[in-house]
Design a protein around this ligand. Structure first.
Ligand SMILES: Nc1ncnc2c1ncn2[C@@H]1O[C@H](COP(=O)(O)OP(=O)(O)O)[C@@H](O)[C@H]1O
Ligand SMILES: [Mg+2]
Length: 264
């Protein structure tokens, strides 16, 4: 009986998602509880970014339900959805900063567009968030002057600036070298703990997944084939999970997709 449970921060119930006649998600159920850092692992093209777009309400599910707290995302009217989205932060795979705006203006943007705060209040929030990610001294620079790791920090500050309850991260280490990725992973952990924010992180990189995750779920062929704590995932007897975790070329994961198995 699920009626008695408190609403999770995010819940997917038997979600199916088709693009034309291609079935990407074939019945995905997931709960993300308060303060979880849920890592969704899966090969490239398995549907990880699609799950984030469902949570943001950018894509409606073909079947099933997507909840953010008590709200069924795909049933909300436009205005209500826009309001709910202010409680979610998103960190895009390649940071997605506006190249024509300074660091300060990129981070200020959500506050300028979605709130009635004064310039002074906005400056204060922006400075505080840039300080948290260690980027206060570059606030007048343009994104093109920054390294990939610095851009990622700025996009973290932008995701935090509305003080969201949930942050979604799409492949936070994509395009970063291993040292910078672990620094970003540590930053994700400290910021989510400090700001008491729940998060969903999608990745195909195992080192990163095990560093960040308090819980994990493995997406394969449209379904969550295993989920649990990092320890439980490590002990999984599912051969697909075992192959993915070891990065082995031997196992049930098919040829043609082994570039998606991160071996380090
Ligand atoms: N808007 C779209 N129209 C058609 N197919 C799409 C669209 N978005 C994603 N897909 C397909 O859905 C599958 C899952 O994509 P995605 O969620 O981006 O995977 P991942 O993030 O795990 O790499 C891929 O096969 C992709 O080509
Ligand atoms: Mg993706």
């Amino acid at each position: 009986m699920s009626q008695a449970r408190d609403p999770a921060v995010v819940e997917l119930r038997d979600v199916r998602l088709n693009f034309e006649d291609k079935e990407v998600l074939e019945g995905v159920s997931l709960r993300v509880e308060t303060l979880d850092r849920l890592v969704i692992m899966g090969q490239s093209g398995s549907g990880k970014s699609t799950i984030l777009r469902l949570i943001l309400g950018i894509l409606p599910p073909t079947e099933g339900e997507v909840f953010f707290k008590q709200f069924e995302i795909s049933r909300l009217r436009r205005r209500k959805l826009q309001h709910i989205r202010t409680q979610m932060g998103m960190v895009y795979q390649y940071s997605a900063l506006l190249s024509s705006r300074t660091v300060r203006d990129n981070v200020a943007l959500p506050l300028e567009e979605l709130t009635h705060k004064t310039r002074a209040e906005i400056d204060q929030s922006v400075d505080q968030k840039l300080e948290m990610v260690g980027m206060l001294d570059v606030k007048e620079q343009m994104p093109s002057e920054l390294s990939g790791g610095m851009r990622k920090r700025v996009s973290l500050a932008r995701a935090l600036v509305m003080e969201p309850e949930l942050i979604l991260f799409d492949e936070p280490s994509a395009g970063l070298d291993p040292v910078i990725s672990s620094v970003i992973d540590e930053l994700i952990i400290s910021l989510t703990e400090q700001s008491k924010v729940t998060s969903v992180i999608v990745t195909h990189e195992m080192d990163s997944a095990f560093r960040i995750g308090t819980r994990m779920a493995m997406l394969y062929q449209g379904k969550i084939i295993e989920q649990g704590t990092p320890e439980e995932m490590q002990r999984s007897e599912n051969p697909v999970v075992a192959q993915f975790l070891s990065g082995s070329t031997e196992g049930p994961i098919l040829e043609g997709s082994q570039d998606a198995i991160a071996t380090k």
